[in-house]
Design a protein around this ligand. Sequence first.
Ligand SMILES: [Zn+2]
Length: 57
Amino acid sequence: MHPEIPRVLCPSCGEIMRLSRIHPDGNNKSEMLFVCDCGFNYRMSTRAQREAEDAQF
Ligand SMILES: [Zn+2]
């Protein structure tokens, strides 16, 4: 199964960004690339083991 994908809002236009791809980089971490229709893109590193990263709202 996929890891849980966080919902990322575009800091430029406020729309929900789409997950473009995931790069596992070892060390129990992955790098996710999010893209937006406005052209903004955003990379996020995440751990396979979640910590307190749910509390974004
Ligand atoms: Zn945007």
